[in-house]
Design a protein around this ligand. Sequence first.
Ligand SMILES: *Cc1c(COP(=O)(O)O)cnc(C)c1O
Length: 387
Amino acid sequence: MRHARRLDGIPPTIFAEMSALAVRTGSVNLGQGFPDSDGPPEVIEEAIAALRGGRNQYAPGIGVPELRTAIARHQQRHYGIELDPDRQVAVTTGCTEGIAAALLGLVDPGDEVVVLEPYYDSYLAMIGFAGGVRRPVPLRAPSFRLDPDELRAAVGPRTSLILLNSPHNPTGSVLTREELEAVAAVAQENDLIVVTDEVYEHLTFDGRRHVPIATLPGMFERTLTLSSAGKSYSFTGWKVGWATGPADLVAALVGAKQWLTFTSGAPLQPAVAAALDECPDFPAKLARSLEERRDRLAAGLTAAGLSPYTPEGTYFTTTDITDLGWANGREFCLALPERAGVVAVPMAAFYDHPDGDGRHLVRWAFCKDEPVIDEAVRRLAAADLSA
Ligand SMILES: *Cc1c(COP(=O)(O)O)cnc(C)c1O
């Protein structure tokens, strides 16, 4: 196998392996986080109308004006953030490209990037591609809170950027205002940029509300906020995301984005604009439905002898498999399809050290339809899951 050295140390995404295992074994796939049901049908009609209506050539690199203004209105309506849609908003090919373009546009080789651990797996790859060095700050089970002292200890003279994610995948924790204030203080004391992945901004539970760190005093100027229609509107396959923030940070992201994809799916952009403007209640309803499904899966996991962490947001819950006598989440997840016909994901995939803090943790997705969750629960109940 020939490949460039930049791919060394970047394992293939765990989701490909686990989803293939699910197909091969006929298992219920609670591994990869995508919903079974699509977003609003009227938004799909908008996409069809755009396809038929001649919106099929290159869109402007920063995105079509109607989507950029809809994103600006969204940030205003939810968070009171005022944006110039021509200079402070850019459309990306999903949040994934937003992460890539932000890191390539803002991180110099040798710069240190502070990142919450466990982390979404593309962070590892993209910090590496940018030539940056990861400085993980642990969110420790079972509460997954951020310890401000550990954050401070991770920052050094070569740190240029904090890469934040809240609501947080894979732990399901939502950073509190106090935790965000600690991040803001560290960023300001050390003159750091914050890039914040807020794709689960609307998917919070039990009355909790997501606070964008860009709304904290003094933070707008140094924060690049990333989000996407994928999670908020159940269109994960559309890959329409966006970046918002001060013009210089958005320009840095666009500086890299123009050489990655140049521009993103033209006919999907007016449809996402319609979703933001005309279906503003969809994400909150989705969150309430996800909260019910969270509880359904949690009851099933509890009945199977596991004690799930109660996530505050996102698609995911986590369990500690030492409850069942296992030590290694990867071994558990490889045995699970045969034992129970269910696929979950070992959390070790989201840590720097597979034998470290996350070794004994497993992530389960509850963004699936209720009958799918019920079937998984039935299978888990009927199986012998002990080590
Ligand atoms: C799903 C996800 C993404 C990717 O978003 P896309 O819009 O599908 O590219 C980014 N970050 C986190 C934390 C995610 O869970």
